[in-house]
Write a protein that binds this ligand. Structure first.
Ligand SMILES: [Cu+2]
Length: 401
């Protein structure tokens, strides 16, 4: 009898929880009276964002339509419309999240379901990769955290105590959901921004934006670009779309991309529309919103916030003709425990999946013109069978004004 009571109590619990599933956004006002981002204002330290997690489509640079899982930004969408707006709307890469050191991020994730795969009941999470998380519940690793079921929301809380170039991704069935496209860029600008430092090289240049709190202006820059390395295996994506067994052991990425595009799409400044209507999943939507065309005026410094979320390969990025200086790795300034400077000059950087590097390109002694940022893994300079594509973009150095 006791067992029966317990069982029925448990069942009613589950029923109540399911019936209670809903889109719910938590975005409190900043009323603590404390200035945490260092701008002198006590009530502006909270940033709220709302992401939908589901499926969608993007086109590769050779035109191939690819089924993906992913995130889209529904921050400005009324709660009652989020499910409809978020469905079949995945972006690649996921929406870029940019916050300031000291800001508190309330990041709501709503699982809108995978419409093209109604047989799937996959939950999703956000894993803020590299974030020094005090609360496992917000870490998004399913083993130690919670995952969000279809039709439900969870608001993650992050106090962004440290600047740096981070990454975020869904951590549910990570090899699958990451290969399918649930990958985004996330970076935290330092408290030092807004102050002014002269370039320590004595060139007379000054900076008001910095990669890190360097205390000497050595990570100063004029323009910054997040550059995300990721790539897709079309056989894996096609198998997912057609409800076939997924070829995990055979995973080979044949569409290498920067910011979700293969060259020459990388240098197209427009948001790219997909052709989902061709397979009955229209209307066509703008699903690749970030390009990778890097531009600066001669004499400026460019900060590249490079991250890799590749699930298959190491990659080496090189910029021919422009010196690269690595000032940060893994969302940390490159300094030893005693403060010794460990920056280094190089012509290429290597990244495995889950790694990030902050690289400064100094155009001071570089003639105006067009340069290439490209992967030296030559088999990744293609869009499947189409050559002269893949993981490559251009750096345009305009004449100094
Ligand atoms: Cu997921």
């Amino acid at each position: 009898m006791l067992l029966l009571l317990l069982t029925s109590a448990l069942v009613s619990c589950i029923v109540v929880t399911q019936a209670g599933a809903e889109v719910l956004v938590q975005c409190p006002a900043d009323t603590d009276g404390i200035d945490t981002d260092g701008d002198g204002i006590v009530d502006n330290d909270i940033v709220c964002k709302h992401l939908a997690a589901g499926d969608g489509f993007i086109n590769m640079a050779d035109g191939k339509l690819q089924y993906i899982f992913g995130f889209s930004d529904v921050t400005a969408i009324p709660v009652a419309d989020v499910m409809m707006e978020g469905m079949v709307n995945a972006n690649f890469p996921a929406p870029t999240i940019k916050v300031k050191e000291g800001q508190k991020l309330y990041l709501t994730l709503t699982n809108v379901g995978m419409m093209a795969r109604p047989d799937l009941f996959d939950p999703h999470t956000v894993h803020y990769h590299g974030f020094p998380n005090a609360a496992a519940v917000f870490d998004g690793v399913p083993d130690a955290s919670i995952s969000i079921n279809m039709g439900s929301s969870l608001t993650y809380f992050y106090y962004n105590a440290e600047p740096g170039t981070f990454i975020y991704h869904c951590h549910v069935e990570a090899a699958e959901h990451m290969q399918m496209g649930m990958l985004g860029q996330l970076y935290v600008t330092p408290r030092q921004d807004g102050t002014s430092y002269a370039d320590p090289d004595g060139s007379g240049r000054t900076y008001t934006k910095f990669a890190y709190n360097d205390g000497d202006g050595s990570t100063g820059y004029n323009v910054d670009y997040p550059i995300q390395i990721a790539s897709f295996d079309p056989d894996f994506h096609d198998a997912s779309f057609s409800v076939q067994p997924l070829p995990f052991a055979l995973m080979v990425d044949r569409y290498p991309m920067l910011n979700g595009r293969g060259y020459p799409d990388t240098v197209n400044s427009a948001e790219l529309m997909n052709t989902a209507a061709d397979v009955g999943w229209g209307p066509n939507k703008a699903s690749q919103k970030v390009n990778a065309h890097i531009q600066a005026a001669q004499g400026e410094k460019i900060l590249l916030r490079i991250s890799s979320l590749s699930t298959t390969s190491f990659h080496t990025l090189s910029a021919l003709g422009i010196p690269m200086k690595v000032v940060g790795k893994g969302a940390r300034i490159l300094r030893g425990p005693t403060g010794k400077n460990l920056y280094y000059n190089t012509s290429s950087v290597d990244l495995g999946g889950g790694e990030a590097a902050d690289v400064i390109l100094d155009t001071r002694n570089v003639p105006a013109g067009t340069y290439f940022l490209y992967v030296t893994n030559l088999n990744h300079l293609s869009n499947d069978t189409e050559d002269y594509g893949g993981m490559m973009t251009t750096i345009t150095i305009n004449p100094a004004p």
